[in-house]
Design a protein around this ligand. Structure first.
Ligand SMILES: Cc1cc2nc3c(=O)[nH]c(=O)nc-3n(C[C@H](O)[C@H](O)[C@H](O)COP(=O)(O)O)c2cc1C
Length: 332
């Protein structure tokens, strides 16, 4: 049904327009309880789930950051079976992101090139949505970042503000390595670690690793993670490497311009990073395997490489919601 009817119709539209259209559809779907119950039954999968740091995930399959940046449709998305949803990236103030067309499908390679630049409507709207819309029994993570204009001390202020604001409302936080300098990241982790120590409840902090990381830098990140009791890693975000996009000419790819590759075109990069983390870690970190998981076998191999949980984004676009159930069936 998805591949026959929905995907061809959606793929007629510009990728970001299609995404916004889907958000509008899911907001209508929200008010159709009978349809929702039917969908939930269709997409339900039996799973033992997994308990991490005392937190139970009903299954191991989550949605990656960037799909529901403003916390608008996560409750509806969870109807399709996700055990957890990572919201955001959210920032303190609304951010326009990069100008112009900024999401490109490379259908023949089941990949996406994007340069969205963390566009989102800011924490105020995000928080109001989160408070009113959270209903189901799934876990929620949030990826937080600084405002594009913030520099120096304002960077730590932005992160700490978001961390405090959302502390009681989410199950974990994630922070992208590489979107601010290593020095700023260290200051941010220090500040949020100190805040967490004073809280009654515990919230996990994860570092999202870029796909193109060298073992040397990964070692440095792990050392910093050890220092601030970071709970684990999301491995990985998209790659800058386009060599796996074999169905498109260099000219065509150059026409698209800047942007990172998600989906099948990431190859095995993220799995290799997960493997490296497991080899290099000095304590048993939580690892969410993400990036390039397009099939049930990819998910299985990611767990075999050492991931505890997995996240998908592009597979949801290319295969539709049934991929969640198929993966859960296979990995339990
Ligand atoms: C259009 C688009 C927007 C994204 N936005 C974000 C974002 O705001 N924050 C973030 O941490 N990752 C973002 N990502 C990266 C995804 O979370 C994920 O790491 C990446 O797509 C690799 O996973 P996949 O191969 O399953 O798609 C975005 C990806 C895409 C394709």
């Amino acid at each position: 049904m998805y591949k026959q009817f929905i995907r061809p119709a959606m793929f007629q539209m510009d990728a970001e327009d299609a995404h916004n259209y889907m958000v509008r559809m899911l907001r209508i779907y929200r008010h159709l309880p009978l349809v929702r119950n039917w969908i939930k039954k269709q997409y339900y999968s039996e799973s033992e789930g997994i308990t991490i740091n005392g937190l139970h995930f009903k299954n191991r399959v989550g949605l990656s950051a960037g799909f529901d940046k403003n916390a608008e449709i996560f409750d509806e998305l969870a109807d399709f079976g996700f055990g957890f949803v990572e919201l955001g990236t959210v920032t303190r103030s609304p951010q326009p992101g990069n100008p112009g067309c900024r999401i490109f499908r490379l259908e023949k390679d089941e990949s996406i090139i994007s340069r969205t630049g963390f566009n989102n409507n800011g924490i105020k709207e995000f928080e109001a949505n989160l408070q009113t819309l959270r209903k189901g029994d799934y876990r929620i993570g949030v990826n937080i970042n600084k405002d594009a204009s913030s520099e120096n001390n304002a960077i730590v202020d932005d992160f700490l503000f978001l961390f405090k604001e959302l502390y009681d409302q989410v199950d974990y936080f994630s922070i992208n390595w590489g979107s601010i300098s290593p020095k700023s990241t260290t200051d941010v982790l220090h500040a949020i670690h100190d805040y967490r120590k004073e809280q009654k409840d515990y919230r996990m902090i994860l570092i999202k690793i870029p796909a193109d990381i060298s073992p040397e830098i990964l070692g440095q990140i792990i050392d910093i993670a050890d220092l601030f009791d970071i709970d684990g890693f999301i491995a990985t975000g998209p790659t800058t490497n386009r060599s796996e996009l074999t169905h498109y000419s260099e000219d065509k790819l150059n026409q698209i311009g800047a942007g990172n590759v998600s989906g099948k075109g990431m190859g095995n990069k993220s799995r290799e990073v997960v493997r490296l983390i497991r080899q290099m870690q000095k304590k048993n970190y939580i690892v969410i395997g993400a990036g390039g998981i397009m099939t049930v076998d990819d998910a299985r191999m990611m767990l075999d490489a050492g991931a505890d949980l997995i996240q998908i984004y592009s597979a949801f676009i290319y295969s539709g919601p049934s991929i969640i159930r198929k993966i859960i069936k296979k990995i339990g």
